[in-house]
Design a protein around this ligand. Structure first.
Ligand SMILES: Cc1ncc(COP(=O)(O)O)c(C=O)c1O
Length: 382
């Protein structure tokens, strides 16, 4: 089926965080990470069928759920997952808290890359762990791993949270890079949590490598989900793949303690319809997002003394360096919001306030209008 990603679907008044948040109400919002695209036909059909049934009691996880996950990863990414290794939970971030409790000590170190998705700073600290911040290197607008920093940052860590593909830099880590991470984590006995929620969103032609297909030991878990890529984040569900039996039992206990193992019936229907029947939607969405990215890069050429988008390989979140504006990202984004009614994220919450993050999973006309407004703001600074 051919989908129309150009369609502008009004979202105001739908209780959308992105559009109806107090700060966003009169702005064009290209911030929080959900898409302005309608979900696939099979997802809508599955939800409608369920709603028409009219009962919304507690959901049981059927065998079909496990088959959907297993088939998806085998078919799309050549990763064979054992049925017994899958734990189904209600969202990666709530589960991350349970994983942190299970696999690190109070007062112990949790290592993360910087910049990082904001919850990777917050969840360990909320659980009274200490962050070991491993800076990534911006090499000519493409992020690379600083292996020296990696080695130092992992030495005393209990756990490393890997984000693959990486939010916010847009990197899809290569097999070599993942092997390097695996080698160091094994050397220092560090448990790896690989958050692969953005995996289906690698740009067309880019291969995402599942960490599990690289890791030599089994001191890790992989967190996956259909929600980010199929635009169903409001119906939380996640697949946590844990190959080691003892670790799995420990995680199960903490998932149980934190009550994050119960998943709603609509979320289950959504995930199965996404993995089983929505590949065409995803591939068209990836093409569309990639074209938006190329459009943004083309636009940015004329402002390159002021803003520089990273060379990305995936996700729909563009990480852009602010160069000679004389402003940090917090000031720039606040002024953009007030003066141009455009809302994008300042890099501060991701650990680097020299950058902004722009969500380009929206119709081209919205991207055009946003960049027009951004350009109006930048023109006097040229
Ligand atoms: C890297 C990463 N992990 C997890 C999440 C959210 O996961 P969930 O909605 O399953 O808690 C996001 C959302 O943007 C993300 O970027």
């Amino acid at each position: 089926m051919k989908y129309d990603f150009d369609e502008i679907i009004p979202r105001r008044g739908t209780k959308s965080i992105k559009w109806d948040n107090d700060n966003a109400r009169d702005c064009l919002p290209l911030w929080v990470a959900d898409m302005d695209f309608r979900v696939s036909r099979p997802i809508l059909d599955a939800l409608q069928k369920r709603v028409n049934h009219g009962l919304m009691g507690y959901a049981y996880k059927p065998e079909e759920y496990y088959e959907s996950v297993i088939n998806w990863y085998r078919r799309r990414h050549g990763w064979t997952i054992d049925r017994e290794h899958i734990l189904c939970t209600a969202g990666i971030i709530p589960t991350l808290s349970a994983i942190i409790q299970a696999m690190s000590k109070e007062g112990g170190q949790v290592a993360i890359h910087v910049p990082s998705y904001n919850c990777f700073f917050e969840s360990p600290v909320n659980a009274h762990r200490i962050l070991s911040r491993i800076n990534l290197l911006n090499m000519d607008n493409h992020y690379e791993i600083d292996w020296q920093a990696m080695e130092e940052g992992l030495q005393a860590a209990d756990m490393f949270i890997l984000c693959n593909p990486h939010n916010p830099t847009g990197r899809v880590w290569t097999r070599d890079e993942l092997q390097g991470i695996d080698r160091l984590c094994r050397r220092y006995g560090v448990f790896v949590v690989a958050d692969e929620i953005h995996a289906p969103l690698a740009f067309p032609g880019i291969d995402y490598t599942p960490y599990a297909t690289v890791a030599e030991g089994d001191n890790y878990c992989v967190c996956t989900s259909s929600t980010k890529a199929f635009n169903t984040a409001g119906l939380p569900i996640s697949n946590i793949i844990v190959p080691n039996r003892d670790i799995r039992e420990r995680l199960k206990e903490h998932i149980e303690m934190n009550r994050v193992g119960d998943v709603g019936p609509l979320a289950l229907e959504t995930l199965m319809a996404a993995y089983d029947e929505s590949e065409d939607w995803l591939d068209q969405a990836r093409e569309y997002i990639h074209d938006n990215y190329l459009y943004l890069c083309y636009w940015a050429e004329q402002y390159k003394s002021l803003v520089q988008p990273m060379r990305m390989e995936g996700t729909y979140l563009v990480w852009m360096k602010i160069a000679d504006t004389g402003m940090d990202a917090t000031t720039l984004t606040e002024r953009l919001r007030e003066e141009q009614k455009l809302m994008i994220n300042a890099g501060k919450m991701y650990g680097d306030d020299r950058y902004v993050r722009i969500n380009i999973a929206c119709p081209r006309k919205i991207v055009e209008e946003a960049l027009l407004r951004f350009g109006n703001f930048l023109d006097p600074l040229l």
